[in-house]
Design a protein around this ligand. Structure first.
Ligand SMILES: [Zn+2]
Length: 213
C-alpha cells in the first residue's frame, strides 16, 4: 500500500544525512497520504543507508501500525499529534542539525535577518520551551509556538519543520539549517542588521504569491 509515498518518504529520510542535517540514526521524515489518515514513517533505529521503501511503516493517525514489520520511530508520535491537529500539514521533519540546534541549546529564536528567511519563513524561527520526550508535549509546543512559521526549534533539543508536502517540510529543514549557519557566522563577525517588520512581510508576501512557476 502507498507505494509512491513510501518511496518519497524513504528518499526524503535518506536525504537528511546527505544534507548534513543528521548523524547516526537521529532525525526523521514522515508523510501523510493527502486527505487520508494514513502516514508513512521511518522505522526506529535503522541506519539511513539501510532504509528501503519496503522497510517504511504505515500508521494511522491514532498511532496504530497498519503495515510494516519494524517498530516505528519514537518521534512518529510527535508528528502524528501535529497531523491530527493541523489538517493542512502532510509532513513533519525532525533533525538535530548543528547550527539550528545550537540556537535551541541557547533557547533562542533564529532572527529573521536574511531575505531568504523572509521568503520562506516570514518571521524569526521561534524556539519553544524545553519539552519531555515520549509524550505529546513536543507536538503541543509545535502547534502553540509555530505562529505560521514552517520551522520551530524546541529548546535543548532540535528542529521540527512542517509542510503541506514531504518536499516542503524537507526544504524548510534544509533552509532552517542554512539560515542558522549564516546567522551564526554573521554574529561572530559583528552586529547583525535587522530587517524592518514591514520589509519582512513584503518580502514574504512576494515570495509566496509571485515566486516560482
Ligand atoms: Zn530529537
Amino acid at each position: 500500500m502507498l507505494e509512491n509515498l513510501k518511496k518519497e518518504v524513504c528518499e526524503a529520510n535518506k536525504s537528511l544525512p546527505k544534507n548534513g542535517l543528521v548523524v547516526w540514526t537521529s532525525g526523521n521524515v514522515l508523510g501523510r497520504e493527502g486527505g487520508s489518515d494514513l502516514v508513512v514513517v521511518k522505522p526506529s533505529g535503522v541506519a539511513f543507508d539501510e532504509l528501503t521503501p519496503e522497510k517504511m511503516v504505515v500508521m494511522n493517525l491514532k498511532g496504530e501500525v497498519v503495515e510494516g514489520d519494524l517498530k516505528p520511530s519514537s518521534d512518529a508520535y510527535t508528528g502524528l499529534y501535529v497531523l491530527r491537529n493541523m489538517p493542512w500539514v502532510n509532513s513533519v521533519v525532525h533533525t538535530h542539525s548543528n547550527f539550528a540546534t545550537a540556537f535551541a541549546a541557547l533557547g533562542k529564536p533564529i532572527p529573521c535577518v536574511l531575505t531568504s528567511m523572509c521568503d520562506l519563513f516570514g518571521m524569526d524561527i521561534p524556539c519553544a520551551p524545553f519539552c519531555r520526550i515520549g509524550d505529546e508535549q513536543i507536538g503541543r509546543a509545535i502547534i502553540e509556538y509555530h505562529k505560521g512559521c514552517q520551522a520551530v526549534l524546541v529548546q535543548n533539543h532540535g528542529v521540527f519543520t512542517i509542510g503541506e508536502s514531504v518536499r516542503a517540510a524537507l526544504k524548510a529543514a534544509i533552509m532552517c539549517e542554512d539560515a542558522a549557519k549564516t546567522v551564526y557566522i554573521a554574529k561572530t563577525m559583528g552586529e547583525i542588521v535587522p530587517i524592518s517588520q514591514k520589509d519582512i512581510e513584503k518580502t514574504h508576501k512576494r515570495y509566496v504569491t509571485e515566486y516560482g512557476q
